[in-house]
Design a protein around this ligand. Structure first.
Ligand code: ATP
Ligand code: MG
Length: 338
């Protein structure tokens, strides 16, 4: 697992309440301790990253330690910014009599399912493709498993949504043809989909259509690039946190499989809240024997991935002092797995 912190992107996921936020924060402390410039960003609309650090966090990075910044992405800011961008693109394209309909669609979009995720995905995509990023590592503390999986599989749904708005236009068929033609195919260089041939395709469109086509292509390219980064095992990986209990084991097994099917690399799992040896008494003896069965099951069912174990600490995790302690426990857990 030594490569865990050497990648540029780390996604921390898992079932609700297993310790994703605490582990993300502790990993960030550990990375900063190793001299990395790290950003830990919460993508869960129900943020608790600030609570774990015991600091107020906002939508832009706040420096918490030398080399360590943290932020909580605000989905509402993203939705408004996203809709404003789409509206201004569409306004360029729409004829005046379509404007009322356009405004109505935008009002509906604000409330429709998937809008927050689409906007969040666009923000994440910009963060992970930013060539001027000052960070060696970005750790994303994600929402419980299901949501994250949906989020990562959204690019196609997202472009369908954006381009669906064009369906009222009599130009849409022509534009659709150009977009299809310009969409990079497998094996084609997605960094430069605007080739000479495609330029001439664009020339056939009028000024307004060309503007929209270009904006949509820029977004499409952003998603392609983001997805390419997320699927590159050298660049990015997913870490599943779970506890030695039945439901997290079942859910992790399913989630690992579905991420792999989606071509998203999994770095490993982290078994959190393992009873420490010193926990005594009948109650803990009973828990420990059940835990032993589950740990064995994890070793069996998740044998293909590293499975470091993190002890259950004597209190919950709050503030930098506790996080330093959890980071040290993490460091020895990761070293023991190498
Ligand atoms: N190793 C640990 N030792 C002691 N307490 C822990 C440990 N890991 C997590 N906790 C505590 O467990 C609770 C849940 O942790 P956390 O909020 O990090 O989980 P989460 O997976 O991010 O939850 P959610 O799904 O709600 O985002 C918190 O009170 C946290 O302090
Ligand atoms: Mg959390």
């Amino acid at each position: 697992m030594d490569s865990l912190l050497s990648r540029r992107l780390l996604w921390v996921g898992g079932k609700g309440g297993v310790g994703k936020t605490s582990v993300s924060a502790a990993l960030a402390v550990l990375a900063a301790r190793c001299g990395k410039r790290v950003l830990v960003a919460s993508t869960d609309p129900a943020h608790s990253l600030g609570d774990v650090f015991d600091r107020q966090l906002g939508d832009q990075p706040t420096c918490l330690l030398p080399g360590l910044d943290a932020m909580e992405i605000d989905p509402d800011i993203e939705v408004e910014a996203h809709l404003a961008r789409v509206t201004s693109q569409m306004r360029r394209f729409a004829v005046p009599r379509m404007m009322d309909e356009l405004e109505r669609q935008m009002r509906l979009s604000r409330q429709s399912p998937g809008t927050q995720e689409a906007a969040l995905l666009e923000r994440i995509s910009r963060m992970i493709t930013d060539e001027g990023s000052p960070y060696d590592l970005i750790i994303f503390d994600t929402a419980p498993t299901g949501h994250t999986l949906r989020l990562l599989s959204l690019p196609e749904a997202m472009s369908a949504w954006t381009e669906g708005l064009l369906s009222h236009s009599r130009k849409s068929e022509e534009l659709g043809k150009v977009l299809r033609h310009l969409t990079p195919r497998k094996g084609q260089d997605i960094d430069s989909p605007f080739t000479d041939t495609t330029r001439s395709e664009m020339d056939e469109l009028d000024e307004r259509s060309r503007n929209v086509a270009e904006t949509l292509l820029v977004r499409r390219r952003l998603f392609y690039q983001a997805r390419r980064r997320i699927s590159d095992p050298e660049h990015s990986a997913f870490l599943f946190v779970l506890t030695p209990e039945r439901l997290p084991i079942l859910e992790t097994g399913r989630a690992v499989k579905s991420l792999e099917e989606a071509g998203i690399p999994v770095a490993g799992t982290l078994v959190n809240r393992v009873l420490p040896a010193e926990a005594g008494g009948d109650f803990f003896a009973a828990r420990r024997s059940q835990e032993a069965e589950y740990l064995e099951r994890i070793d069996h069912e998740l044998a293909a991935w590293p499975r470091p174990r993190l002890p259950w600490l004597s209190s919950d995790i709050q503030g930098l002092e506790m996080l330093e302690q959890l980071a040290s426990a993490l460091e020895s857990a990761l070293n023991n797995t190498d």
